[in-house]
Design a protein around this ligand. Structure first.
Ligand code: AMP
Ligand code: ZN
Length: 455
């Protein structure tokens, strides 16, 4: 399989030195629900993985959960999580776990296969401290005048190769990190460990005093630990190319004395009605917004598949509605066919192996659907094979919208709450279920659920 490598700026074959392909995908910062833009990037690693697995490869995939250290420009250099915890008047760890759970539900709704592991930054503080100590000992990092530890950007000769932002072109005054750290010696250096200052939550003891880790060091520490310091593919959104991945590469490569990541793969941004989807732009769409409008979340997956991952794409409600219709039509056609096995198809493989040309595969399905030369069984065998990567559940009956195990658990919890006559909890659970597009009806014989009609 060939994929576009940001470092060499060319298509490259995915290879693996061990028995399995190792893939690291930057995960969510769990201070809010993942929006569908984030999910487009998470889908990218799923598509790479499914394509590799379709051809007999095993993939170990690690996706980190950022629950500390990601600073925000929007909130005057505050930790995104602590800011949200204050806003919601909750413990920061409770906020982190709540949105982490939401992330798993949302990815599940999009048929994104769960990674092999989801390590949390806050569970790996010692690991990060050990890495920072080694970088200091090797002369790649230093303790700043403010007791924070900084990476010495000039100590890594390859700095700037990934993003094109070479040190001699980087000007002072540009914000390279989400903080105007004033204890560093050079403007392009960045914090590996930040001194706590007045901060009292999510801080840890360290050889350099009380503090917390920077964002970039978590990905170096956890990717090397869980993938044996040999990462075949590293995936993230294009905005992470700089500074996040540039800095991660400098850290990991300096520590190892060799290249840590073989291929850097970046997905382009999702726009919504013309602007990059982001919380600060105020144009965020969530999976639950789709469900409450009566759309199958997999309609969104189809919209993503109809666009190449390396192109910016503009999402609208109209494109989602059109994809929703297409999926229903395909399901109507293919769910009736029985006893057909997926048929290996070279054309599909070629498209996927060619830098994930999913639009080409969708086109092929449209052609097959219309073909008068193929029997319905032949068409079905073709679609079954493609769907192993597309993940659109095209053989599911259209009218049956399956419950996720999480929703089923909420329904069971509500039955138990009613049994215990805990009406407050039962009402609260009803609200959550309704927000996921379910209609709940209580009667003497118990509760019944159905999907709300599309709006
Ligand atoms: P975050 O939770 O903010 O750390 O972001 C998680 C992932 O989503 C990162 O890989 C980002 O690059 C990616 N991302 C953020 N905004 C968008 C967007 N509008 N379209 C596609 N990916 C995005
Ligand atoms: Zn990362």
């Amino acid at each position: 399989m060939k994929i576009y490598d940001t470092l060499t700026r060319s298509l490259a074959e995915i290879t693996h030195s061990g028995s399995k392909v190792t893939m690291y995908c930057c995960g969510p910062t769990v201070y809010r629900d993942a929006h569908v833009g984030n999910l487009r990037t998470f889908l990218l690693s799923d598509l790479i993985r499914r394509t590799l697995e379709l051809q007999g490869n095993s993939v170990v995939q690690i996706q980190n959960i950022t629950d500390v250290g990601h600073m925000s420009e929007d909130f005057h250099d505050q930790d995104k999580l602590l800011t949200q915890a204050k806003l919601e008047k909750q413990d920061p760890y409770a906020i982190a776990r709540k949105y982490e759970e939401g992330f798993h539900l949302d990815t599940q709704a999009l048929n994104i296969l769960p990674a092999t592991g989801f390590p949390r930054a806050s569970d790996h503080i010692t690991l990060m401290q050990e890495l920072i100590s080694s970088l200091i000992a090797q002369g790649n990092a230093y303790i700043g005048s403010d007791k924070s530890v900084y990476f010495d950007a000039a100590s890594y000769p390859g700095y700037g190769e990934l993003s094109g932002n070479k040190l001699d072109a980087l000007k002072p005054g540009h914000r390279y990190e989400y903080s105007d750290d004033d204890g560093k010696k050079f403007h392009a250096d960045w914090a590996l460990w930040k001194s706590a200052g007045s901060r009292s939550e999510m801080v840890w003891e360290s050889p350099w005093g009380l503090g917390f880790p920077g964002w970039h060091i978590e990905c170096s520490a956890m990717s090397m630990k869980y993938l044996d310091a040999k990462i075949d593919i590293h995936v993230g959104g294009i905005d992470l190319r700089f500074p996040h991945h540039e800095d991660e590469r400098a850290q990991s490569n300096s520590y190892l004395g060799r290249e840590c990541v073989n291929l850097w793969v970046h997905g382009e941004h999702l726009l919504f009605e013309g602007r990059k989807m982001s919380k600060s732009a105020g144009n965020v769409v969530l999976i639950r917004d789709l469900i409450s409008r009566g759309f199958d979340p997999l309609a969104l997956r189809l919209v993503f598949l109809e666009n190449r991952y390396r192109s910016q794409m503009d999402l609208t409600w109209e494109t989602i509605a059109a994809a929703n219709k297409t999926i229903s039509r395909w399901r109507k056609l293919f769910s009736e066919v029985r006893g057909v096995e997926p048929q290996v198809n070279e054309e599909i493989l070629e498209s996927l192996n060619d830098d994930l040309d999913t639009p080409q595969v969708i086109q092929a399905i449209r052609k097959v659907e219309k073909s008068s030369d193929l029997t319905l069984e032949e068409k079905s065998a073709f679609v079954l094979y493609a769907d192993k990567v597309l993940g659109l559940d095209l053989h599911r009956k259209p009218e049956v919208q399956l419950l996720t195990s999480e929703l089923q658990k909420l329904i069971d919890d509500r039955a138990a709450a009613r049994e215990a006559k805990d009406w407050d909890r039962s009402d609260a659970l009803r609200k959550i279920l309704e927000s996921h597009g379910l209609v709940i009806q209580d009667s003497a014989s118990g509760q019944e659920w159905s999907w709300a009609d599309p709006k």
